[in-house]
Design a protein around this ligand. Structure first.
Ligand SMILES: [Zn+2]
Length: 440
């Protein structure tokens, strides 16, 4: 990782070093026990961006490890030590939760929720880096970003719209600017392919919008601004027979225009504007139908959940106070779902999200299950993101909250411990899960 670029070297090696530099800029540590991380020199203060403490390290502290800030007894942060070394970062550090079960520190790629490098996220990191140097004023109002995540549409489309917003879609103009391709023009009409052109100015796109079944029709104004047009599109209501409910058609149309473009460019397959509209309507309806409310299925017995009478179930929950950045955690153990064995609660400070609160609740419950020497426990949570994170060792596709990685590190070490104690453990996906899917 430290190799320097020689004055003359092969094209391949030069490429590897460019990739290495990109990687280095976006790596950070998910703290487990803190033994492998130098507190002053390495990025460990955030899982959203590579952040390390500012300022020169004091002479004596230059070899300080993150584990030196952790109490050997409680395995939690030693506040006195934090006060001594990083008084200004106290709250930031306390909001990171150390592993109490010896989970190892993990170097993660901060651009992907899983912490693993993907060529796609690497590509976008490179594009953004390039954009930063080219046009520093591209940032758009935060409101716009928030709206994207509130859209009632599939996670895939939210990400897609998000990329449009961040100018991260690899249209011809962008590729040309990055010298990936030269002369990549609009596949439909031969003009310069910008995002605005592809989706709103190209004759092909204009025809798509004209054919789209919006009540009252949808006329594109002579536009220069994606955001303004997007606002109008969101308000456009699809005609009733489409049966889309609250789902908006506009994202699906954008997506269909994008896939039609890719099909033509890469597969040499052409679709007429009408076919593109039909595809958007079909996809939107299909997604919408899959989001049926689950009220009826709640009461249906679930065959795979037959339980042995001796099985213990643990239900955990958390309440999070945003203003205080604090959480109340509660969990109860049950036999046969009805007979409560015991209930517990505790409060926790420096909790930065409700999701983290849910994670801490289930972690405390697991710790207690171990101390009570339960042989088999089923843990239930109503947080889909959390359950997915634990079950897959990953996070849900729409979650932007990368610190789940560190929760996962901790669960993995707890799970290992439970397994070695011959206790099996499963995480149940509860009835709320599908509801959560809808809101994602
Ligand atoms: Zn065009």
């Amino acid at each position: 990782m430290q190799a320097s670029l020689p004055a003359s070297c092969s094209h391949g090696w030069r490429g590897i070093l460019i990739g290495r530099d990109l990687l280095k800029e976006q790596l950070g540590w998910a703290i487990g026990d803190g033994q492998n991380v130098l507190a002053w020199d390495e990025a460990w203060l955030s899982l959203l961006a590579p952040v390390c403490p500012m300022g020169p390290a004091p002479e004596l502290g230059s070899n300080l490890k993150v584990s030196d800030l952790v109490s050997t007894e409680t395995k939690d942060w030693d506040e006195q030590k934090i006060e001594r070394h990083f008084p200004f970062l106290r709250e930031n550090i306390l909001s990171l939760k150390t592993s109490k079960w010896g989970g190892r520190d993990k170097l993660v790629w901060l651009r992907h929720k899983s912490g693993s490098y993907t060529t796609k996220t690497g590509y976008y990191a490179a594009v953004e880096k390039n954009q930063e140097t080219m046009s520093p004023n591209l940032t758009l109002p935060q409101e716009w970003l928030k709206e994207v995540w509130k859209l009632i549409t599939s996670p895939k489309l939210k990400l897609f719209i998000w990329k449009i917003k961040h100018r991260a879609l690899p249209v011809g103009e962008r590729l040309e600017a990055r010298q990936v391709l030269s002369g990549s023009k609009c596949i439909h009409c031969g003009n310069t392919e910008t995002i605005l052109h592809l989706f709103f100015q190209c004759p092909y796109a204009l025809k798509v919008w004209e054919l789209a079944p919006f009540s009252g029709g949808f006329n594109l104004m002579p536009l220069n601004n994606f955001e303004q047009e997007w606002q109008r599109l969101l308000l456009a209501v699809a005609l009733p027979p489409l049966g889309l409910g609250k789902c908006t058609l506009a994202p699906w149309l954008l997506w269909a225009i994008w896939t039609a473009r890719n099909q033509k460019l890469f597969q040499k397959r052409s679709f007429t504007p009408q076919e593109t509209v039909t595809k958007a309507m079909h996809d939107a309806r299909e997604w919408s139908m899959a989001q049926v409310p689950v009220v009826t299925s709640e009461k249906r017995p679930k065959p795979h959940q037959r339980r042995s009478p001796s099985e213990i179930i643990c239900k955990s929950d958390a309440a999070w106070k945003k203003e205080l950045q604090a959480a109340g955690l509660a969990w109860s153990f049950y036999r046969n779902h009805k007979e409560r064995i015991s209930s517990h609660n505790q409060s926790e400070a420096f909790v930065i999200s409700s999701l983290l609160a849910e994670g801490l609740a289930i972690r405390s419950a697991m710790e207690q299950a171990i101390s009570l020497q339960y042989r088999r426990v089923v843990f239930e949570s109503d947080s889909l993101q959390l359950v997915t994170a634990i079950a897959d060792g990953l996070v849900s596709p729409t979650s932007m909250e990368s610190y789940l990685i560190s929760i996962c590190c901790q669960f993995l070490s707890i799970l290992l411990l439970l397994n070695s104690a011959d206790v099996s453990l499963s995480v149940l996906r509860t009835r709320l899960q599908r509801k959560l899917f809808q809101t994602l």
